[in-house]
Design a protein. Sequence first.
Lengths: 590, 275
Amino acid sequence: MELGRALRTTCMAIVMATTSTMAFAQQATDGEWPMAAHDHANTRYSPLGQITPANVAQLKLVFSFDMAVNRGQEAAPVVVGSTMYVVAPYPNFLYALDLAKPQAPLKWKFAPNPAAKAQGVACCDVVNRGVAFADGKVFMNTLDGQSIAVDAATGKEVWRTKLADIAKGETITMAPLVVKDKVLVGNSGGELGVRGWLVALDTATGKEAWRAWSTGPDADVLIGPDFKPYYESDRGKDLGVKTWPGQAWTIGGGNVWGWLSYDAQADLVYYGTANPGPWNPEQRPGANKWTAGIFARRPEDGQARWFYQYSPHDLHDYDGVNENVLLDLPWRGSPRKLLVHPDRNGYVYVLDRLSGQVLSAEPFVHITTTEGVDLKTGQLKYNPKKQPRVGEVIREICPVSPGGKDWQPSAWSPRTQLLYIPHQNMCQDTETYDVSYIAGTPYVGVDNKMYGGPGGNRGVFTAWDVLAGRPRWRIPERFPVWSGALATAGDVVFYGTMEGWFKAVDAKSGKQLWQFKTESGIIGQPISYRGPDGRQYVAILSGVGGWAGAIVSGSLDARDGTAAKGFVNAMKDLPAFTGKGGRLYVFALP
Amino acid sequence: MSSRCPDQVLAMAMAAALLLPAAAHAGDASPLRVCADPDNLPYSHRDGSGFENRIARLVAADLKRPLDYFWQEQRRGFVRKTLGAGECDVFIGVPAGFDKVLRTRPYYRSTYVAVSRRGEPPFAGFAPDQLRGRRFGVQLIGNDLAASPPGYALAEGGATANVTGFLVYGDGPAARRMVDAVAGKAIDVALVWGPQAGWFVRHAPVPLELAPVRPPAGLPLPFDYAIAMGVRKGDTALRDRLDDVLRRRRADIDAILADYAVPRVDAPAAPEGAP
């Protein structure tokens, strides 16, 4: 289907010319944005080039749309044909907007009615990161753990499949990915002892085709004869059991709440697994496979091809779920199929995506918790001085638990050969503090206090030279840059700030060219599309929240620095800069 | 840190309790709004069967105020969603060192206990040789270094593979599942918070033993905690009224706790092996 649509495009030659270093931009026609990451390669690169550094200053608001939910808006709108589909945080309303009509009026609204209880168990605000379009259907997930297919033309439900159990703390916040006749969905909830999985559902019926667990025996993890990990440490039988004490793997985390990529040529799906949980590190000795790492799997049956563990026996909540951008580039002189991944642990990894070999791992933020990656063994080198220990104060743990970078996805421009990374610049102190109380059980909790890293600015927007393994330029921001990035063929790059500024910068120099103040902080994912009138549009959701913005969306008390697991301490001044919101903004040149 | 108010604070509270009620609350018939978990026995239940339900009735009756509940599961964010949101005014039980709320004077102190089957060797401390060959269960609260204190002690003693974590999230109270696991021989020893252990041991289908446990020397985590009532920070008027009730109705409250087999300790227990 993807191929058929690609052949229909009238601009194929141009697309091919501008995307020669991109793996698979071809599944979207040049003007559409059919999935959160734009394409299976996760480039977030729009081949539209009407908006340029020379004219972007004239960008004007064309229309806006009230999402009717004032919580963290992390979703990417999706555009196919002349319709935009956009999903709200809990209660997860799905809207279809008619782009062919002035002011893009509502075509239909779908209310999935998730269970209210889901709000109480979601760890980090009640977000939803977007939907996927395929075969005339919109695929969405709800916070209470359902996957739903909605008819794109009518807004009527086609099927719904209950996947997660909120009674156990299991939720779904990720954006699904459609690969051939399957929609891929993963769960959240590692903090609560939820065992991670990725599920493939039949796009036509919603029936479960396979489920790959992130911990447990090989049969559960879908590890078979095809499994050929690059490193010795990932070889052996049932490592998803043996690298845990006792039965700890049964509640071991490794959730799949981040991004999925797909290489059609290699026929492999790539995705990261979250941190191990819920035991403290000293109570779960071992590498805790297959958490905090990346899997390559065959979409047909889910069988694993390789795995690499970014953070073995994770100590700091460094989930491995960030985006994997698939690029075909000359590496040290010869063409290579690469996978680029900026991890929470602070390194930009470049992997050979066919074998799982780490080609480089260079720090993009200030790091104290580790001292690099051994490229021979693939092992992350931990700094023992920064290991959390009960009863001890550990200062200057960098990066923080949300990482050098959290879920907020980067964008790749084949024109500049730069990866645009929105991220944090933060450190934390950990100390035991007074008594805490959950479900009638007293214990001594740990106080995580996060604060700005070197320079004091808590956020950075970095243009990263993937081949050189170093930054080309950086833009410091007051707050963590919790929005996604968008790269375009016009050499203009977009991102948003938590104060609510939507910004356009020069892709080559990082010079700020334009900005617009939205009603609330921005933690969404900017996209670009060609409207039915032939013009290039740029869209972004505004509405602060998420883990970083919970102080506003959850009305947390700024005096309690340990709220939102310590993030509130670092965000005390956010309420002075922005309020709650939930609005879609769409811009174009006059 | 957690257990005792400085004497002068107590003295002020008592003085205020004696002076304030007549002035501030004379004829106050507004409901006493209690924040409680709807399904967390033995503490509270929507049907009123928990000991905190009974204490709430006693306090409301003493204050001659109607009793009202706001039900909220006692999980992450429960203070914010209850007191913080103005939905209710008092928790019947919180640890005396819980600084998210303003506490009354503590009215009981309990401890983590070991639950084992009658007729089998009792729990004998955290020395590595005592931990080998037996299967343990602990309450598991979540990551970010938030496990139960006996969980740490087990890990320090080298016991990890033979330890099962019972998540406080899931079907019913973790303590009930743990006591069931001991009764059903899935584990040998459950290290459970006292008030929960006392209640579920009493209702277990087979005879079980319960004994207080003490932390190993050097573990910076207490095993026993004093419990107080909690009100919104700044609500000293209500706190003082409650302190007054707790002082006057001490015997009645003790009787309720005894009814529910709440294990009590009088003073902070000394660490194992300490002089």
